[in-house]
Design a protein around this ligand. Sequence first.
Ligand code: ADP
Ligand code: MG
Length: 619
Amino acid sequence: MPKIILLNEDTACRIAAGEVIERPVSILKELVENSLDAGADLVNIAIANGGIGAIEVVDNGCGISQEDTPLAFHRHATSKIKSSADLEDIHTLGFRGEALPSIASVAHLTIKTKVPTNQEGFRMVIQGGQVLQNGPVGCPVGTMISVKDIFFNTPARRKHLKSKTTEGGLIADFVYKMALIKPQTKFIFNHNGREIFRSSGSGKLRDVLASVYDVRAAKMMLPIAGEEDGVKVEGYISKPELSRSTRQHITVAVNGRLVHSSAVNTALEQAYRGMLTVGRYPVAVILIWLPPDQVDVNVHPAKMEIKMANDEQVMNLVTSATNKVLRETDLIPRKSKLPADSEPYKLYFPRDIKQYNRPIEGNWESKQVFTAACIPAVPALTQGGEGELSKDQVANAGCDLLPTHTTEANYACSQLAEVAIDYENNSDFPELRVIGQLMNTYILTQTGDGFFVVDQHAAHERILFEKFLDRLNRSIPEVQYLLTPVNISLRLHEKELLQEYAANLKAVGFVLEDFGRDSYLLRGIPVDCSPGQSEQLIADLAETIIERGKLGDAENKHAVAALLACKAAIKAGERLSMEAMQMLIARLARADEPYTCPHGRPTTISFTRRELDVMFKRT
Ligand code: ADP
Ligand code: MG
């Protein structure tokens, strides 16, 4: 073993930087935290090329005196704590005195700063930890720090950076989150000279929600509040109608510090249980206040994780505050009513099979449902014929022939009509004869020696999943053009990301047209998706693509196909016509993997006659 030596300051800094400064957003985070600690109520952020090119933060805080400025770049030099005892009582975001020296050791940094008591400001230029220039400068009270050539002397780290779009997306998300947890601070954010975001600094969280999302989303947010034994919770949560496909839109702060907290996520999910479907998450801003001695912020290099003395108490408070509000509010989404004079039941099959509308009248008595089993498993409709069922068949099908009233389910069903003749039945899938629908959710079917219960959503999801995947793999989009194009407004960085992935979107079947600034005109969506869901669809897809990157590899294609399938599939609770159920089963029989949905849940559960016989004590 060679002799032990003390590392010099420069090397120690670079090692420390390895922990704190991982990517451009970590630099921005440290600079913004310093601005807030300095009491700034205006933080002006500008970045170039996703932050890889340059990052600049200007604040109107207290500034640093001329004599302290060089000190600020020494390791463990801080104005925020005096001794280890202060670690128990932290009121600032920073306290380790590591950020500035770390940043200056891996980049080119310029600082201009002025305190109110001085006539002139002070400027320093530091490169890789070496001071190149310093001297007086004219500048307003506050601090400006600009950082360039990030990781110029740590090529390994530089190589690890993602694309400028991804890095820029992380930065934008951080800025949005900071604005949300600091409504009283005005944030301005520019990217490549263009303003992306601005918050008012009005102190009203709802105002920030409207700037980060949009006015409509902000209106769907409900304020929460709770307090118990010195622990306080406040913030906003979304009505269940407003949900997202990732937890990315749950923003949590503890004592004003942005943190990742799986405890709070779990507490929220608990409160929404039964209100959101699997894989959907609320939009939320949760601000938690605890006595400082109950939080340990010194457990993570970037201080993104914290330890709370009483996790459980905080979780319970979040769950109960959320529950209370969710319960008190009228949460039933308003469905557009059918026009009074509209025909009551309509089946239509607009694709492959010639388009036609055929209202079915009748008075459906419950006893008729028992005759439904007389209908052949695959009706004329799916055998390439004109799709006309005889009057008797229609009548015999009983009340289960009534299709659902929502256009969404109607739409999903109609798309099933294209059971391709050239597909073979999956050899090990049994022949199932549809008996009827249970609880508008399950399809009851009979086979030779037993019966199967099919989950209508899972089954449809499987069918669509295989179809979307096939289209993605072969890059043959099938587009349905919308009668009225939909204006999609996005957060600016989302728009840039989508632009980068335009080819992918086209491959799935989206037709988007640039509509200036932060919006797109959506002219077409993939066949099988319901036009009514267009907006939600593109928002969810944007999230999936942003999270996963390009659709190159199999895993990402799988994710996108599964997302579209889940969106487009018939939902539980939707009433299906007999024909729709028969088509669904016929199509499922042709799937490559008919027994599970793309998420791995079963599509069918089988019961044998023997099981029934045993239950009825026939044996
Ligand atoms: P820490 O924030 O942990 O104290 P930093 O390295 O981030 O360590 O900053 C060192 C010191 O420089 C801070 O303690 C503070 O006194 C001063 N400082 C840094 N940024 C600013 C700023 N924007 N405004 C005023 N003072 C600042
Ligand atoms: Mg700091």
